[in-house]
Design a protein around this ligand. Structure first.
Ligand code: 5AD
Ligand code: SF4
Length: 451
């Protein structure tokens, strides 16, 4: 039996792509292995969003070259594949820097993996086309057993690429123009997931709320319409979507957070910065106050919604006063969680050409202050849960026996002690305590009674 080890970096879309590549390779007789040591095929599914991400890949490739040599000395061949956004952005450069790599494959050609692997046997191969044809048409449906093994929560990519061209971002270049999967294809995939016991789906896209897929009625469907349809699939109890752009948050989608029980009260809506001058330089197409007004609208529809964001500190030209505006926006919105990054120039993006780069020490200090403030709000959000009773979807066994781990509708991790429940149960839990990364609670009802 041939073994494949897939290591995904970066965003959830890469996790999803990694699973689909495992499905393709499954058809070729490969089974997945958790370690590279016993793998005949090692596939790094890379991320190019920030400098260190690409750097990590080259470091990892150095180690894998050594592993490949060791295995070779034992008479075993290892095929080394680099996929994902670094593959797309760097192309043949990867094999120049690391000749042990057999195949470089961009995110739009994963359905061609078997054919490209065959070609790679007789020489190194690079395929980073961004073909207009739909790779999703050619990817095999995952086997039910594979879905079951992946658990009760699943990702479904519904949209790829981005047309927004934020000045710092490499995505429009690595993933190409916005593309939405047709509604029927998404529904078929969700139905299959549901048949295998999936209850919680996260719809993925680089700019997912710009979704505009062909509907079965011959019209273009929005994300809100797609979500309403997904909610009709028997067994689907929870729907989330990520990542959204503030400009594409339409009224219908906002209303869904009030009207559709399956729409989870959680929204990742990156704002990146708080200063209007920096937002304009970033080409974000909205001001700080426009974002605040949007949040007000969303909270009017769903007052308890957990909001999450991404922030970049040290965008070229960001002054102390600009940064204070970011802190002011954070204080106004009070996010339940957020990711934050130091600006990293990405080759080929407009911001990389700007001269006023912010010194690293200034970035460090700003990042530290920003994260401290976000962390304070995150803890407050989590502590406010204590005493409340919420529905938990049990996703896995906890660290100790008798312990189960799941998520609240707000995406918080919860641990409960219960011998009566199992993975896949949705159970009402009273939250008793908030730890730094997890909530702890007790089931307040017997199995079988949950909605
Ligand atoms: N430098 C730092 N952070 C970046 N991001 C995207 N590009 C860059 C960059 N060049 C961050 C943004 C985005 C998240 C996925 O990564 O905050 O929302
Ligand atoms: Fe990048 Fe997101 Fe901006 Fe698109 S909307 S360019 S993916 S940061």
């Amino acid at each position: 039996m041939k073994k494949v080890h897939i290591k995904s970096y970066g965003c959830q879309m890469n996790v999803y792509d990694g699973q689909r590549m495992a499905d393709v390779l499954g058809q070729e007789g490969y089974v997945e292995t958790a370690t590279p040591d016993d793998a005949d095929l090692i596939l790094l599914n890379t991320c190019h969003i920030r400098e260190r991400a690409a750097h990590k890949v080259y470091t990892e490739l150095g180690k894998l070259r050594d592993l490949k040599r060791e295995r070779k000395a034992q008479g075993r061949e290892t095929t080394l594949v680099v996929a994902g956004c670094v593959a797309q952005a760097e192309g043949a450069e990867i094999q120049r820097r690391q000749p042990a790599v057999d195949l470089v494959i961009g995110p739009q050609t994963y359905h061609r993996l078997p054919e490209l692997l065959a070609q790679a046997k007789s020489g190194r191969v690079v395929d980073t086309d961004l073909p207009p044809e739909d790779k999703f048409d050619h990817l095999p449906a995952p086997k039910l057993a594979a879905i079951v093994a992946r658990g009760v929560s699943a990702f479904v990519t519904v949209q790829e690429g981005c047309d927004k061209f934020c000045a710092f971002c490499v995505v429009p270049y690595t993933r190409g123009a916005e593309f939405s999967r047709p509604v029927a294809q998404v529904i078929a995939e969700v139905e299959r997931l549901a048949q295998a016991g999936v209850q919680d789906v996260s719809l993925l896209g680089q700019n997912v709320n710009a979704y505009h897929g062909d509907g079965p009625d011959g019209r273009v469907w929005t994300l809100a319409r797609l979500m309403r349809r997904i909610a009709e699939v028997p067994g689907i109890a929870r729907i989330r979507y990520t990542t959204s752009h503030p400009r594409d948050m339409d009224e219908d989608l906002i209303a869904l957070h009030r009207d559709l029980p399956q729409a989870m009260p959680f929204l990742h809506l990156p704002v990146q910065a708080g200063s209007d001058r920096i937002l304009a330089a970033m080409n974000r197409k909205h001001t700080g106050d426009e974002y605040r007004r949007l949040i007000d609208k969303i909270r009017a529809a769903r007052p308890d919604i957990a909001l999450s964001s991404d922030f970049i500190v040290g965008f070229p030209g960001e002054s102390d006063a600009d940064f204070e505006e970011t802190l002011r926006l954070i204080a106004d919105v009070r996010f339940a969680s957020a990711y934050s990054f130091k600006y990293s120039p990405r080759p080929g993006t407009p911001a990389a050409e700007l001269s006023e780069q912010v010194p690293p020490t200034v970035m460090d200090e700003r990042l530290y202050r920003l994260q401290a403030l976000v962390e304070q709000h995150r803890q407050e959000f989590n502590h406010a849960m204590v005493g409340r009773t919420v529905e938990i979807l049990i996703e896995r066994n906890g660290r100790h026996s008798g312990q189960l781990a799941g998520k609240t509708p707000y995406m918080q991790a919860v641990q409960i002690e219960s011998a009566a429940h199992r993975i896949g149960d949705r159970v009402m839990v009273q939250i008793e305590r908030a730890g730094s990364n997890s909530l702890f609670g007790r089931a307040v009802e017997q199995p079988g009674l949950a909605a």
